[in-house]
Structure formats: structure tokens, C-alpha cells
Design a protein around this ligand. Structure first.
Ligand SMILES: Cc1cc2nc3c(=O)[nH]c(=O)nc-3n(C[C@H](O)[C@H](O)[C@H](O)COP(=O)(O)OP(=O)(O)OC[C@H]3O[C@@H](n4cnc5c(N)ncnc54)[C@H](O)[C@@H]3O)c2cc1C
Length: 424
């Protein structure tokens, strides 16, 4: 990597902006949320990123995710906040239903810190927006992955599964909670901590019972079926069930489908319709819900971002926001420091307290939302009714700390752009 002066400190153009000096190259593994967001900011700050994605095309599956707090500021700076708003799924809120589809409790959009949020978008739509934003400046390699890495003094030698070998100044793992690239760099050091829940996301045809309301159904024996409307005429389904870790996430998709069929066969409500639709799905996300705890996020010329580094789990409601903020901070610190080692250290120092806050889940998660018995389900629905009552909201507001979740945001976003502009 060419030696550089910190733009923030010198106010001068870093040497890599010289027309005869090549830009530093960064290989990013994973083209979902963290990878393309990082690539966007790296190009903005004078780097040349390449993204390698294991799947043959962008993976567009998944339910709504929401973008809040500092992440909302980042997408605004990227100029895509309006595109995200336009792609809103239009979900009106969440209804908690029983096996006859009768509503037992209801959380209208924006009326509590759980349920439907202001800036919600299908995960796949966000991935597409990020890809469209970056594809003219970033090299994308689909259907490939890194199989070997050698961190050398002057760069990282990378071998790809398809056979090519290349050299990059830096390599970043953004390949999700089960990141293989992370294993190549850090071995067994990062710990994947299971939270006792399996979840699967997939898409099904819309039927007459689906509306603009999401529907949440608790079946006895700690099983949940959750249906959410999308903006493309289909419905986004998820199955989740409490279970000790059984390694299901490592099984081939056909076996995962068989497990879902077996687990939800007698769940009632609309489970049979969803199980029948499973066979037609080729992009199922099925994972043991877990958090990633890594004692360090970088080693030599390699670092991690997003779920690969610090997955907080979907239960935090913050996986995507954290990935976006993390990518911005990593790119920003690289822009501010001449030495990548200092940049990686600054990235970790700045972000780690926020990650720890996001990863500390409220007590009782995920058991509270997955009761075992019919009585437990009735108590859960009564709890939701209480949350949604205006009286309870006023009481909660009196006792809340600064806000009732880290989404509202404890993280103060640094202004890296100002520093970068000052150096131009
Ligand atoms: C298909 C899919 C559906 C999802 N659905 C939901 C959902 O409904 N709700 C929710 O809360 N979260 C969902 N998630 C997770 C959510 O996207 C992340 O928690 C969050 O956005 C952080 O994103 P990330 O980019 O760090 O990781 P991820 O979104 O997990 O992306 C990792 C990317 O890396 C790719 N990849 C994996 N291994 C390799 C490799 N060895 N080399 C190169 N590329 C690799 C994957 O194909 C994927 O594109 C989903 C993820 C995926 C991939």
C-alpha cells in the first residue's frame, strides 16, 4: 500500500490521488449490506474496491429491515434515503393473531420501539440499491470466493475458488455471520454465540388473507410464524423456533426444508400453505440466531465489518443499521489515517462501545416472544396489548433512559467527508 499522509492532519492530497500513483486496492468479501456500503465510502475516499460474492447473483431474499439513527444519517449522506423511502413496504403495523386468524393484539407502525419502524425496506431492495449505486465504480465478482490468503509485507496474496490469484492492499470480511473469509484470517478466535433460536426467511405467493398488516402467530411449543407484506406482490414469511444449537445451519437446503416441514407440520394457522410454498424457494435464509463476539476486528492487512465482525442478531433489530454505520466508520478511519493499522485500531475504538450496547439484548429475549404453552401465548398477547396502550407508553416514557433502545441513537457519527474534502 502506498505510504500516505493523513488528510485530516496535513490538509494535503494523499499521494495516491496523484494521477501516476495507483489507488490502494481493497478486496471485500460479501455483496449484501456491509460490503457495498463500505465500497461506496472507500471509492469516495480514494480507494479502489473489488467485491467478491459467493452467490451467482445478488441475494434478494429476506424480510423488511429497518434503518435508524446514525445509519439513517449515513444513507442520507450517500444520497439514497429517498430511494429507500420510495421502496418502503407500506406495512401498517403488526397484528398478533391466533389459529383462527383473529387479532389478539396490534402494534400500529411507529407506535412503539418494537414492530414496524419508520424507514423499513426489504433487505433485498436495499442490497439492490447499494449495488446500483456502486456497480459503475466497484468491480464485482459473483459466483466466487476467497480460498486462501497470505498477508505479506506489501499486500495480501489472494487465491480465489475459480482459480485466479491476485494481490490487494487490504482485505475486508463482509460475508455475514458464518463468514468463511473470517475463518481464513482469524481461525477459531471469534466466537459465535447461539441465542437458542432458529429462524428461516423465505418468500411466498400472496393470498387473500395477506394484507398491508404483518401477522405474527405463536404456535404452542415455542414456534412463531411471521408474515410480512412486501412491495412486489409477494409475502415475506419466516418460521422461528426455540432450540438448542443443532448445527442445522450447516445442512444442505433440502434438509433444512425437511426440518421446517417436520417442526411446523402441526403448527396450525397458515403453516400448511407456507410449508407447501417452501419447495419452490431457492433462496432460503436459515440460521441459528447468534451473535458474533470477536476479541479483535483486524489482523494485519485484514479486517471485518457487519455481521462477520459483530452480528448483533435480528433480535436486536439493529443488524443492518450496525453494518451500515460500521462500514462508514471503517472507510472513514482508513481515509483519516496514513497507516492502515492505525485506521483499523481507530475503527474498533470508536465503534466497539456502540456494538456492545447493541448486543446487550433485553432480559428474556428470545424466550418471551416464543412461549411454550397456550397460557404463555395468552400472557404474551396481553403484554403486547399493554405495550400498545397509550397509557403504558406514557408510563414507559417517564421511566425510560435516554431512549428505550440503542437505535435512537447513542452513536455520534463522525464527519469524515469534511476531513476528506479539506484534503482535496
Ligand atoms: C439472503 C439473506 C436474507 C436475509 N434476511 C434477513 C431478514 O429477513 N431479517 C434480518 O434481520 N436479517 C436478514 N439477513 C441478515 C442481514 O442482511 C444482516 O444481518 C445485516 O444486514 C448485516 O449485513 P451483512 O452485509 O454484514 O451480512 P449478510 O447480509 O449476511 O451478507 C453476507 C453476504 O456475504 C455473502 N457470502 C457468504 N459467504 C461468502 C464468502 N465466503 N465469500 C463471499 N461472499 C460470501 C452472502 O451470500 C451475503 O451476500 C439476511 C441475509 C441474507 C444474506
Amino acid at each position: 500500500m502506498p505510504s500516505r499522509q493523513s488528510p485530516a492532519k496535513t490538509g494535503r492530497r494523499p499521494p495516491y490521488h496523484h494521477p501516476f500513483v495507483t489507488k490502494p486496492t481493497v478486496l471485500i468479501a460479501g455483496a449484501s449490506i456491509a460490503g457495498p456500503t463500505l465500497a461506496f465510502w472507500l471509492t469516495r475516499f480514494g480507494y479502489q474496491p473489488t467485491i467478491v460474492e459467493r452467490a451467482d447473483a445478488l441475494r434478494l431474499g429476506g424480510q423488511n429491515i429497518d434503518i435508524s439513527g446514525a445509519a439513517q444519517q449515513v444513507v442520507r449522506l450517500m444520497g439514497i434515503e429517498d430511494a429507500i423511502r420510495v421502496a418502503n413496504t407500506g406495512e401498517l403495523g403488526v397484528r398478533f393473531v391466533d389459529e383462527t386468524n383473529a387479532t389478539k393484539a396490534e402494534l400500529p407502525k411507529g407506535e412503539s420501539s418494537i414492530g414496524t419502524r419508520e424507514l423499513e425496506i426489504l433487505r433485498g431492495d436495499l442490497a439492490q440499491i447499494l449495488y446500483d449505486l456502486t456497480s459503475d465504480k466497484v468491480e464485482y465478482l459473483f459466483g466466487d470466493q476467497i480460498t486462501a490468503l497470505t498477508d505479506e509485507e506489501t499486500g495480501v496474496k489472494v487465491t480465489f475458488q475459480q482459480g485466479s490469484r491476485r494481490r490487494f492492499d487490504l482485505v475486508i470480511c463482509a460475508d455475514g455471520i458464518r463468514s468463511r473469509t473470517r475463518s481464513l484470517v482469524f481461525g477459531e478466535e471469534p466466537v459465535i454465540k447461539p441465542l437458542g433460536l432458529y429462524t428461516s426467511y423465505f418468500t411466498v405467493p400472496r393470498t387473500a388473507t395477506d394484507s398491508a398488516w404483518a401477522r405474527w402467530y405463536n404456535a404452542p411449543r415455542s414456534r412463531v410464524v411471521f408474515l410480512r407484506p412486501d412491495n412486489v406482490g409477494t409475502t415475506r414469511a419466516s418460521f422461528s423456533f426455540l432450540s438448542e444449537p443443532k448445527g442445522y445451519e450447516r445442512l444442505p437446503m433440502a434438509e433444512q426444508k425437511a426440518i421446517l416441514k417436520q417442526t411446523f407440520a402441526d403448527a396450525g394457522w397458515e403453516a400448511p400453505r407456507l410449508l407447501a410454498a417452501l419447495d419452490d424457494n431457492t433462496d432460503i435464509y436459515f440460521d441459528g440466531i447468534s451473535q458474533v463476539k470477536a476479541p479483535r476486528w483486524s489482523k494485519g492487512r485484514c479486517a471485518m465489518v457487519g455481521d462477520a465482525a459483530y452480528c448483533p442478531s435480528p433480535l436486536s433489530g439493529m443488524g443492518t443499521s450496525l453494518a451500515i454505520v460500521g462500514a462508514y466508520v471503517l472507510a472513514g478511519e482508513l481515509a483519516q489515517h496514513a497507516d492502515y493499522r492505525q485506521a483499523f485500531a481507530a475503527y474498533e475504538n470508536r465503534l466497539r462501545p456502540f456494538v456492545e450496547e447493541v448486543q446487550s439484548l433485553p432480559p428474556g429475549v428470545p424466550w418471551v416472544a416464543h412461549p411454550k404453552t397456550r397460557l404463555g401465548i395468552a400472557v404474551f398477547n396481553a403484554g403486547i396489548r399493554l405495550i400498545s396502550s397509550r397509557f403504558a407508553q406514557r408510563i414507559a416514557a417517564l421511566f425510560n433512559r435516554k431512549s428505550d433502545s440503542p437505535t435512537n441513537d447513542s452513536f455520534v457519527l463522525p464527519d469524515y467527508e469534511k476531513a476528506a474534502i479539506a484534503s482535496r
